[in-house]
Design a protein around this ligand. Sequence first.
Ligand SMILES: Cc1cc2nc3c(=O)[nH]c(=O)nc-3n(C[C@H](O)[C@H](O)[C@H](O)COP(=O)(O)OP(=O)(O)OC[C@H]3O[C@@H](n4cnc5c(N)ncnc54)[C@H](O)[C@@H]3O)c2cc1C
Length: 429
Amino acid sequence: MADIAVKKVVIIGGGFAGLECAKQLANKPTFEVTLIDRTNHHLFQPLLYQVATATLPSHDIARSLRSILDEADNVTVLMDEVLNVDSEAKSLTGRSGNTYDFDTLVVAAGAKTGYFGNDHWAEHTIGMKTLAEAHEIRERVLKNLETAEISNDPEERRRLMTIAIVGGGPTGVELSGAFVELIQRSMKRNFRRIDTSQLKVILIEAGPRLLPPYEEESSAYTQKRLEKLGVEVRTSTMVTDIEAGKVITKDTVIEAGSILWAAGVEAESIVSKLPVETNRAGKVTPDACLSLPGHRDIFVAGDVTFMKDANGVPVPGVAPAASQMGRFIGKLLVKEAVPGQENAERPGFVYWDKGAMAIVGRSHAVVEFGKIQLKGIIAWFAWLFIHILFLVDFRSKLSVFIHWLWNYVTDAPGVRVFEYKPEDDISKK
Ligand SMILES: Cc1cc2nc3c(=O)[nH]c(=O)nc-3n(C[C@H](O)[C@H](O)[C@H](O)COP(=O)(O)OP(=O)(O)OC[C@H]3O[C@@H](n4cnc5c(N)ncnc54)[C@H](O)[C@@H]3O)c2cc1C
């Protein structure tokens, strides 16, 4: 019997796109798959804000990539950061110094926090892309409350009890609603010297309304709802500079103990090593079948792309789009492994829009799906159901459900403990 030709597929990134692609190739004997991620886990970013706001523990939204793929005998998971791509030699180099050869490469490295060319702002703000950042946010906000409790200076207390959030997209909206509810309401009996109802959450958006890609009605509802909760919403407010503890806009300087950045993303740096031009956000536009122009064996998927699908519909940087792209590439590779199909004409990727949703504090959300728009408690239930549905495995689903139920009934989110670090200068940011 003739030997089966085995194709080496290397996937960079175990996020929504990379994981879905690996799953399609799992236990297919014609593929030897290596999935490389610089972390050891798959992260469910849509619930990251709940880790930052002390609602969920991190293990509820992050799963070991090894455990997810342990039944896939032909998939090797490696924890390394890919630093270079040699597309001619078909080889990658990792931070470890190891090299990885490939026949087919899938770049699904996602996006990182972007500062629109003002990279020095990173020093004074905390982004929201990784578990480490979500932990840092939680710790900073909670530590500031502790310091405010022991401070005798009213000005200092005010500063420590101000959270400025830059960016009025879904992440900024969800963070601001959750923080006012956590601190002003759930924690109000926890302190004796400070009044947690004095906490100020300021949500700053450069555009004229919150949730810019949503319908105007949803934006207006979201702003009204957040203001009712106690969030100070400042739309049409462009941030011109950020310094330690200060957000500077055209008209004012906001002093804040915590400055959270939820305003922009750009493609991960590894994308700049690909043999293709990138746009201002570092993203690439692939062919309709998601491979790079002139490079049939190099694919891109998920947040690293900037494209319209085969029907001319813009593909947004959201989890379902990334999963669909990963699945498309996996299926295409399986199809092309059939003898005679190696050079068949490739179909174009078609995006299935599953709608958009954002939670606006406890019991309220906005959901848009085609012409259907939901608001309030029905939208909130839809949000809960869909997020549970898309969590990666049964254990996560059950654990998140129990946490949410407990939080709802007791109104006491439990993940409030942080480590003691004597070297911390908590007034720095
Ligand atoms: C706070 C937040 C909230 C969000 N909320 C929603 C939501 O409600 N609904 C929604 O649909 N979408 C939401 N998104 C967007 C969604 O999470 C992304 O669109 C999705 O994660 C993109 O998937 P991806 O596979 O392209 O990248 P990611 O899921 O980001 O995965 C990329 C992976 O690549 C790894 N990686 C990066 N560079 C390298 C390298 N050089 N070497 C090795 N590994 C590397 C990373 O560690 C990561 O694991 C949210 C995003 C954030 C940050």
